[in-house]
Ligand binder design. Structure first.
Ligand SMILES: Cc1cc2nc3c(=O)[nH]c(=O)nc-3n(C[C@H](O)[C@H](O)[C@H](O)COP(=O)(O)OP(=O)(O)OC[C@H]3O[C@@H](n4cnc5c(N)ncnc54)[C@H](O)[C@@H]3O)c2cc1C
Length: 425
């Protein structure tokens, strides 16, 4: 992921993009295409590309490029697009502050602490992993407990194995990918332990990463103790009851030298909180309109900083929207407004965007709270009138659902709230 051009930093930009992952790079390209002349992407890492750089397995880009790429290949494509389009990309630069007037303060070894002025800003800071401290596992605090993403970075970028006998808590996608990756490196993966009664990752990852490698998946089971003086020596695991409380009488010990935790991602929203943006308590990301504009004018957001995506292809689609409208805003073009609020109803945790307009096409992303087999994805008015209904074979919290809305569906609902729900059929 080499950008060997001199790292430019002008005092003023049309659009400043915080974060150089696929969301930030995609938004920058779209902002240029919308007419913004000076677009800057700022990333704190030494190379742009975001977390894709450590995802060396294939499976990226099927939707966007129609071919199967590895993470670094996908990142290279979006970085090349940005550089070819004349976007300035500054790396090794940490954004300390974004002010409501779009002045951005950066700290970097090359530039020192500098402020630059933008007309519009795109937040694309991605997400970080929830750690074992967040889920309070009792026991000792020896070396050998890692998040799955850190282990991924150690193996794929630094060429270091985190351990020789590994237990994995949580069946999120990163944990599943790492179960396979470590097995391929000759590490013994003793099992994946999942608190919920169903896996928390994509079905394709359950099959390709666990089943294909005979790695046991223990559902409704959690880690209730970590043991070891200097290094992890074993973990205690126990099945849980319907209230997700461990049944200690049925606990057993699993000898291992490493515990990986894969218990979810949290949008990286310190800057959003400092800006006092409206935050959705479920996604923990900013509330956004259908142009991906946050609750502050000219401040857009996209990618994992808004909500956690399954596939990078959807991140790129969202980034295009945010970048296009940031570019339009920065160059004084009309940006459309919304007139319908979307509210999550039965079995829907959240929907993004939070508002839509009756005069354009939209793709609404949502996550369900629980698994359902044959079911209906339904859009209805608060008094129960069904606006749209689609049959789904199944839904699971781990798999994002898309709802496509056309203006013809929304005619007559100007100023209304509509409820999105997923109900049994
Ligand atoms: C550890 C991990 C592993 C993953 N593995 C997979 C996988 O195997 N397959 C898959 O499909 N998806 C995976 N994902 C999901 C993946 O994050 C998304 O598909 C996609 O990369 C999200 O893009 P993004 O641009 O929103 O965020 P990111 O790719 O995370 O990019 C955000 C960028 O913002 C930068 N940044 C953050 N804050 C600042 C700041 N203050 N100043 C400057 N720069 C900043 C970061 O350095 C980073 O480069 C993984 C996610 C994580 C966290």
């Amino acid at each position: 992921m080499i950008d060997d051009r001199p790292h430019l930093l002008r005092p003023a930009y049309d659009v400043a993009v915080i974060g150089g992952g696929p969301a930030g790079l995609g938004a920058a390209v779209a902002a240029r295409e919308a007419g913004a002349e000076r677009v800057l992407v700022i990333d704190r890492d030494t190379e742009a590309g975001g977390v894709l750089l450590q995802c060396i397995h294939s499976g990226f880009g099927l939707h966007r490029f129609g071919e199967e790429l590895t993470g670094p290949e996908y990142a290279q494509r979006v970085l090349s697009e940005a550089l070819d389009d004349g976007v300035d990309v500054v790396t090794d630069a940490f954004v300390l502050d974004v002010a409501p007037d779009h002045s951005v303060t950066i700290a970097s070894p090359r530039h020192g602490v500098v402020s630059l002025q933008a007309r519009a800003t795109v937040l694309a800071m991605g997400a970080r992993e929830r750690t074992h401290s967040a889920i309070r596992i009792p026991g000792d605090r020896p070396a050998g407990v890692f998040t799955a993403g850190l282990a991924q970075r150690l193996v794929n970028i630094d060429g270091v194995l985190p351990g020789r006998r590994v237990a994995i808590l949580g069946s999120g996608d990163i944990g599943l990918i790492m179960a396979r990756r470590l097995t391929l490196e000759g590490v013994e993966v003793v099992g994946v332990f999942e608190l919920l009664p169903h896996p928390n990752g994509l079905s394709r990852n359950i099959v390709q990463c666990l089943h294909d490698f005979d790695i046991p998946l223990h559902l409704s089971t959690t880690v209730v103790g970590i043991h070891g003086r200097d290094r992890v020596e074993r973990v205690t695991v126990a099945p849980v009851d319907d209230a997700r409380q461990p049944i200690m009488g049925r606990a057993w010990d699993v000898p291992c030298d490493t515990l990986l935790v894969s218990v979810g991602l949290i949008p990286e929203n310190e800057l959003s909180q400092e800006l006092r943006l409206r935050i959705d308590p479920t996604t923990m990301g900013p509330v956004v309109s259908s142009t991906m504009e946050t609750s502050r004018d000219g401040l857009f957001a996209c990618g994992n900083v808004v909500h956690i995506h399954d596939l990078v292809d959807f991140v790129s689609a969202e980034a295009e929207l945010a970048g296009r409208h940031a570019g339009r805003y920065a160059t004084g073009q009309m940006t459309p407004t919304d007139n319908v609020r979307l509210l999550p109803g039965a079995n829907v945790g959240y929907c993004v965007p939070h508002t839509v307009s009756t005069d354009r096409d939209h793709v609404v992303y949502l996550r369900v709270r629980t698994m359902l087999d044959p079911c209906l994805l339904r859009l209805r008015t608060p008094d129960g009138t069904v606006v749209h209904e689609r049959k789904l074979r199944y839904v699971a919290p781990a798999e994002m659902v898309n709802l496509k809305l056309r203006p013809s569906l929304l005619q007559g609902f100007h100023g209304d709230s509509l409820i999105v729900e997923v109900v049994p059929r």
